[in-house]
Design a protein around this ligand. Structure first.
Ligand code: TYM
Length: 340
């Protein structure tokens, strides 16, 4: 069977990149798959977090899922720390993955910065926990943005090595061909890598010090309008063909955002706006962004005042997630040879 899993870190400032790269896909996949969506709080503490802010962020990401159209009754929404099977399987994967594999992870290098000796061991082992998140449910499909591609490849390598290393025991326990599926990344559409509104060479990110670099899901209509109007562009008119976007990263980014928000292709957007200047295009983009994101921001605000409901969703989701994860972790322990 096909099962979808994905996660979002509760580290503040959920933005348009998270929405278009991931959350929009979460909503779509609900129609065709059983889905599990996780607020990955264990991942958040790989960097220092203030406990009160973390608590607020966990609730905010949950609210963003629900406000965007994730259905926590039909599917599963929970926070990672409440299902201890994630951490248990992550330990097993620490022992499956090779140091050489982790040394190649570009996100670790970026996040650790120059002072690598002083980065947490958790930040280094992060991709093993991410593999555990997915594989503890034996999930088959993982909707993410482009920046998670390398981590997904590592998850596949871990699944494959586990299946190989323990092939005999897996078969002896009646699991046939391999215990873990090789999870497939779903990285599709015109906005798999949304760039900063201030610099088309940088990814839109939660941690950019400039709030004008991103559109937050919590921004009101005026703020969205201001940020789009101030977004960096170049002096040329918009091209009529997609090839004309080459070497114009800011133009390409805004066209991609428009296309994704409107559920169409970049080519289609250029059909409508090619040859025109940026001011007309930006005005249309403001209207579109406010129409699509306004109601989500408003619903997030409403849910912020209903922490009891949010917490109830998370507890119920964790209970259902734990039941699925538990069955798999028991099987893994048997495969490994742990006595019970
Ligand atoms: P995180 O919290 O950084 O981001 C959440 C999701 O948003 C996507 N994303 C973007 N997409 C397009 N353009 C951008 N500028 C942009 N910025 C972020 C991310 O690709 C991601 O899909 N390691 C993950 C969380 C995680 C996870 C998992 C994901 C933990 N366990 C298991 C999938 C499966 C992360 O830090 O995402």
């Amino acid at each position: 069977i096909e099962r979808v899993f994905s996660g979002v870190q509760p580290t503040g400032n959920l933005h348009l990149g998270n929405y278009l790269g991931a959350i929009v896909k979460f909503v779509e996949l609900q129609r065709t798959h059983d889905c599990i969506y996780c607020v990955v709080d264990l991942h958040a503490i790989t960097l220092p977090q203030n406990p009160e802010d973390l608590k607020a962020s966990i609730r905010e990401v949950t609210a963003a899922f629900i406000a965007s159209g994730v259905d926590p009754r039909q599917h599963i929404v929970f926070n990672q720390s409440q299902v201890s099977e994630h951490a248990e399987l992550a330990w097993v994967f620490n022992c499956v993955a090779r140091i050489g594999w982790l040394n190649r992870m570009t996100q670790f290098k970026e996040k650790a910065g120059k002072d690598r000796e002083n980065a947490s061991v958790g930040l280094y082992a992060y991709p093993c926990l991410m593999a555990a998140d997915i594989l503890v449910y034996r999930a088959t499909h993982v909707p993410v943005g482009e920046d998670q591609k390398q981590h997904l490849e590592l998850a596949r390598d871990i699944a494959q090595k586990f299946n190989l290393d323990f092939a005999a025991s897996i078969a002896a326990h009646g699991h046939g061909e391999g215990f873990f599926p090789l999870p497939e990344p779903l990285i599709q559409g015109p906005a798999t890598r949304v760039m900063s509104l201030r610099d088309g060479s940088k990814k839109m990110s939660k941690s950019d010090p400039s709030d004008y670099s991103r559109i937050n899901l919590s921004d009101d209509a005026d703020t969205i309008a201001q940020k789009v109007r101030k977004a960096k562009t170049d002096p040329e008119a918009l091209p009529s063909e997609i090839e004309g976007l080459a070497n114009r990263p800011e133009a390409e980014n805004l066209v991609g955002i428009f296309a994704a928000l409107n559920g169409e292709t970049k080519q289609n957007v250029l059909k409508a706006f090619g040859g025109g200047n940026f001011s007309a295009f930006k005005a249309a983009l403001v209207d579109l962004a406010v129409t699509k994101l306004g109601p989500i921001g408003a619903e997030m605000k409403r849910l912020k005042n209903d922490a009891a409901y949010i917490d109830e969703v998370l507890v119920d989701g964790a209970d259902r997630a734990r039941a699925l994860a538990h069955e798999n972790i028991v099987a893994v322990k048997d495969i490994l040879g742990f006595v019970r």
